[in-house]
Design a protein around this ligand. Structure first.
Ligand code: HAM
Length: 415
């Protein structure tokens, strides 16, 4: 038997109502905050992610699904995240010259060749938002406020916001120098990839998953100690805005993020205890990304949350149960002659807005009633030769176990 690819998942009809509920909350909250939905292609030119996400990141170096296109000598990749594609779409559709700020949200599948474990898969789902054109800390607070609102509505009160600033082009050189010196003194403890990264981009050593590199990262110099006055002020203003909005946070210098485009604010929402992968949302400011992808100098800020991790957090919080859909009526024809009447009635009731199922397997009444119970039908209507001849049938209320006689002509379900 051919099986699904490792790290992918089937989401079955019993599970989709929870996904749809969560997606609905995400859409409603994003739209309350003035974000419009954007849909971009599942695959893009590989160069977009190499330039956007960064060629020294784990995502680009180790995790992208990249292949040659069939009809041109071109490399394409399945999207490992949404931000780079949204920036491309912003520029390609001329939205960078539109009224600012431009605010987008998306619910997408992403692909990363990572080692699968609880909360980490190779195809996964993200709700993300991107805001362009707003350099002030208020844009950071607005994005964080939206993420916090989604968690609140999903009953995730114990998800904690961890906040940091990783500075800008101004403060980066001094910080890079401090990092290079620190890691240079421990060069023998670094993995092979980090040896190369040390020369190319020492910041990437901070999120290497190799145990020996991760141990070094915990004692490495911290970005907050190297911020220039403008970055410090940005960070302090953001903190006071979050205080005013009643959003609690922990300043956490260990948050550096694994993608290259971030500047200044970076943040993660963490759901302690769900699994080793407890970051349910990650984001930050990316003031240089639009320019590096060929656009004007335009600031940006955004985040993405992983849907399966959100579900794990909801399961832990006991807020993951949603009602499964069920038909209002099940019609049980008892003989072939009753089938056309049953199907005509079902069509009429559906057209009037009721969900309605009808036997399609010529089963016995006993088997049909068992099935009607299993699918949770609210009512059943039994149609035999006698009922068709008299134009009257028994409507059974499955919850209450009561029965009443109804006329088939003009029949409608009780409200
Ligand atoms: P990220 O931190 O790579 O950021 O991913 C965001 C979230 O997606 C994570 O916090 C996690 O919940 C979920 N996630 C990531 N990888 C996996 C995986 N393999 N399996 C399951 N869930 C996963 C970004 O993607 C940025 N584009 C976020 C952003 C938007 N920054 C600015 N704008």
């Amino acid at each position: 038997m051919i099986q699904k690819i490792k790290g992918t998942m089937d989401i079955l009809p019993e599970q989709t109502p929870l996904f749809r509920y969560i997606e609905q909350v995400m859409r409603e909250e994003a739209e309350k905050y003035g974000f419009g939905e954007i849909r971009t292609p599942t695959f893009e030119n590989t160069a977009l992610f190499v330039r956007g996400v960064g060629d020294t990141t784990d995502v680009v170096q180790k995790e992208m699904y990249t292949f040659a296109d069939r009809d041109e000598n071109r490399s394409i990749s399945l999207r490992p995240e949404g931000t780079a594609s949204v920036v491309r779409a912003l520029l390609e559709n001329g939205r960078h010259v539109g009224a600012m700020p431009q605010k987008f949200y998306y619910i997408i599948n992403c692909f990363r060749h990572e080692a699968p474990q609880a909360g980490r898969s190779r195809e996964f789902f993200q709700f993300g938002t991107e805001t362009f054109g707003a350099a002030a800390p208020a844009a950071d607070a607005n994005a964080i406020g939206l993420a916090a609102a989604v968690f609140r509505r999903l009953g995730l009160t114990s998800v904690r916001l961890h906040l940091n600033s990783i500075g800008c082009a101004e403060c980066r050189p001094a910080y890079r120098k401090a990092l290079t010196e620190y890691y240079g003194a421990h060069i023998g403890e670094l993995c092979d990839t980090c040896h190369t990264r040390l020369a190319q981009n020492p910041l990437r050593l901070l999120d290497c998953k190799n145990p020996s590199c991760a141990a070094l990262a915990s004692a490495a110099p911290r970005t907050v100690d190297y911020l220039c006055p403008a970055c410090r002020e940005h960070f302090e203003t953001l903190c006071s805005l979050l205080d005013a909005m009643g959003i609690s946070y922990t300043v956490d210098p260990s948050i550096v993020r694994g993608l290259d485009y971030y500047t200044r604010t970076v943040f993660e929402f963490i759901a302690e205890g769900i699994a080793a992968q407890s970051t349910v949302c990650g984001g930050g400011r990316y003031d240089g990304l639009v320019e590096s992808l060929g656009g004007p100098s335009l600031p940006g800020i955004g985040f993405a949350m992983g849907l399966t991790r959100v579900i794990m957090a909801m399961e832990q919080a006991g807020t993951a149960s949603v009602a499964l859909p069920h038909p209002r009526l099940y019609i049980a024809p008892l003989c072939p002659a009753a089938v056309p009447t049953a199907y005509a009635l079902a069509e009429r009731l559906r057209a009037a807005g009721s969900s309605c199922e009808c036997d399609m397997m010529d089963r016995s009444l006993k088997a049909q009633m068992k099935y009607a119970g299993k699918i949770g039908a609210e009512y059943t209507l039994i149609l035999g030769e006698e009922e068709i001849a008299s134009g009257r049938a028994q409507l059974r209320n499955m919850r209450e176990g009561t029965q009443e006689e109804v006329a088939l002509e003009g029949f409608t379900l009780p409200c």
